[in-house]
Write a protein that binds this ligand. Structure first.
Ligand code: NAD
Length: 487
């Protein structure tokens, strides 16, 4: 039984509740049983983080850095075991799980490196007998609420800057993927943190999550998940005027101009759309190809997509695993059938694989669609599965306007050999990250976060650390000068 992490100890839930975690590749396989946290557990965890705050925030940034380096090393030593658990609870192929754990270890090292750079500044004031300075301090007790699609790295990008900044944290992982997260937090907690600095409470978002957000001892909430949930998180946090950062849904466009290297663009589309079975916030979700190259592009990508081997993520030949859950599968089926009803042509996929060996998991074939009506759910909603709708465009302005025709603004990519065109497109596309001839992938050194309904605030990069620092101003009157009207 996998237990909660509160005050540096693995403990059962207060009311003894537990649930089973099933393998999406074989839904009759129970990966493990996990304790389900209650509101009392959530409050205990916040109390413990609150008590630990005075100890951890007073550790010097350089000493915090050493703890984070140690945490990264511990993660590296256990990467195979964590990645195996991640594949079994989430469904993604093992190499992708391993990459996720390695990226998480790099994130810990990155913020270990940044911790000693935290500094304020001295400011000269109008009155030369006084001076001011700016202090950068921890925000306080922070809460991380995370999704199931990349549970480890999306949790670590919150933990690492929070701890680097001297904050303490309570994590609420997604209910269906708590196992690898608990393993990782156990390791980080054992890297030298005072007990209570990092806690994990499992449980339902609407119960445990909401109680954590409304707890008056919590100063900041870092949330990753669906846009609608993010709006609810923001509204609860607003009652206490708490800091929030929100990493929400996306519908990233990819634009392939007529002068692009087509093979590289097809590589980009396949990796960026079908990795993690399309369940990535920054996946390519709408592909626009210039009309002069449209037919040849379609022909070539149709040949390539057939070669993507669908299967259990623990088999070495697998390139794409199952969808994560029944809910996800039903949603994708509904989006595809709505597009077909509105006239879409499915060039490949659009259904479960016929393979008898895959009948026990939530499998769905990688899917290509054309003639997709812009009013269909495949365009209007976030598509969190392996379906790629491809559209034709004729002019630069048309491509930009199609790319921007969405309530989301997470990422986008442009594929062209013309740097002038690429930079103009990057200026005009309304998204938090623009990739030029490059896969939709996170970069630790750069801030990542969406515009419009894709979110608020940034993770990664130096900006990711600033999220967890409070700015204070101090005015010093060293000569004890009096104000004239006090004479
Ligand atoms: P979700 O919103 O259903 O759940 C996310 C987390 O919120 C879970 O831990 C859940 O238990 C919790 N939660 C649910 N209701 C809550 C409530 N009322 N109060 C507090 N917490 C609550 O999202 P999901 O289905 O787990 O994840 C998929 C979504 O996440 C997609 O929309 C995807 O685009 C988005 N996502 C965004 C990013 C990004 O960086 N922008 C990254 C990954 C995933």
């Amino acid at each position: 039984m996998s237990k909660l992490l509160i005050d540096g100890k693995r403990v059962p839930s207060n009311d003894g509740k537990s649930s089973k975690i099933y393998n999406p590749a074989n839904t009759s396989e129970v990966v493990a049983e996990v304790c389900v946290g209650s509101i009392e557990d959530a409050r205990r965890a916040v109390d413990s983080a609150y008590a630990a705050l005075s100890k951890w925030s007073e550790v010097t940034p350089r000493a915090r850095s050493l703890v984070l380096y140690k945490a990264s090393e511990l993660l590296g030593n256990s990467e195979a075991e964590i990645a195996n658990t991640l594949t079994r609870e989430q469904g993604k192929p093992y190499p992708e799980s391993l990459n996720e754990v390695r990226l998480s270890a790099s994130v810990l090292r990155y913020y270990a490196g940044l911790a000693p750079t935290i500094s304020g500044r001295r400011v000269e004031l109008t009155d030369p007998t006084e001076f001011g300075y700016v202090l950068k301090q921890p925000v306080g007790v922070t809460v991380a609420i995370t999704p199931w699609n990349s549970p480890v790295v999306l949790m670590v990008v919150k933990i690492a800057p929070a701890l680097a900044g001297g904050n303490t944290m309570v994590v609420k992982p997604a209910s269906s993927t708590p196992l690898a997260d608990l393993m990782v937090c156990d390791l980080i907690s054992n890297a030298g943190l005072p007990p209570g600095s990092l806690n994990v409470v499992t449980g339902q978002g609407g119960v445990v999550g909401e109680d954590l957000i409304s707890n008056p001892k919590v100063s900041k909430v870092a949330f990753t998940g669906e846009t609608e949930t993010g709006k609810r998180v923001m509204s609860i946090a607003s009652r206490g005027v708490k800091r929030v950062s929100l990493e929400l849904g996306g519908s990233d466009p990819m634009i392939v101009f007529e002068d692009a290297d087509m093979e590289r663009a097809i590589d980009g589309a396949l990796v960026s759309r079908f990795r993690n079975c399309g369940q990535v916030c920054m996946s390519v979700k709408r592909l626009y190809v210039h009309e002069d190259r449209f037919e040849s592009f379609i022909q070539r990508i149709s040949e390539r997509i057939r070669k993507i081997k669908v299967g259990n993520g623990l088999e070495s030949s697998t390139r794409m695993g199952p969808l994560h859950s029944k809910v996800q599968k039903e949603k994708i089926e509904e989006q595809v059938s709505d597009a077909i009803d509105k006239g879409a042509r499915i060039l490949y996929g659009g259904k479960e694989p016929g393979d008898f060996g895959l009948a026990s998991g939530y499998y769905f074939l990688p899917t290509l669609a054309t003639n997709v009506d812009v009013a269909s759910k495949l365009v209007k909603e976030e598509v969190f599965g392996p379906v790629l709708p491809i559209f034709k465009f004729s002019t630069f302005d048309e491509a930009i306007s199609l790319a921007n025709d969405t309530q989301f603004g997470l990422g986008a990519s442009v594929w062209t050999r013309d740097l002038d065109k690429a930079t103009k497109a990057a200026n005009r596309i309304f998204a938090g990250t623009i990739w030029v001839n490059s896969f939709h992938e996170p970069q630790i050194d750069l801030p990542f976060g969406g515009l419009k309904e894709s979110g608020l605030g940034k993770e990664m990069g130096f900006e990711g650390l600033e999220n967890y620092l409070e700015t204070k101003a101090v005015v010093v009157n060293p000569l004890g000068k009096k104000r004239p009207w006090l004479d």
